[in-house]
Unconditional design. Structure first.
Length: 107
């Protein structure tokens, strides 16, 4: 389990309730172990950040946004792999996004 700031627990719950359209679309493809039987979590606190999606089994973070909230280097130092997609990619090419995620998981 990755360390997190307990003060981010409530903000992460709020973010789960107010996901963007792109996050909602991607979540529909990640939830319920649909990809390779792996469990993903949404709006997961890690250190002092809240990442959009996280799979603990393979240490993978997926960010779905228009801009960077923090540098990937901090997460990489924790041994995490980071995939980043912009909202346009998710909304317009969801199958391609899922394919990229699958490729990363199989490495």
């Amino acid at each position: 389990m990755q360390p997190y700031n307990k003060n981010l627990k409530l903000p992460s719950r709020d973010l789960r309730s107010n996901m963007t359209d792109a996050e909602q679309l991607l979540w529909q493809r990640l939830r319920r172990k649909q990809i390779l039987g792996l469990q993903f979590y949404r709006q997961k606190p890690i250190l002092n950040f809240i990442v959009d999606f996280y799979c603990a089994a393979v240490n993978l973070v997926i960010e779905c946004d228009g801009g960077q909230h923090y540098t990937d280097e901090v997460l990489v130092q924790l041994g995490l792999k980071v995939l980043r997609f912009d909202n346009g990619q998710v909304m317009g090419e969801i199958d391609g996004v899922v394919e990229q995620i699958c490729k990363k998981l199989k490495l």
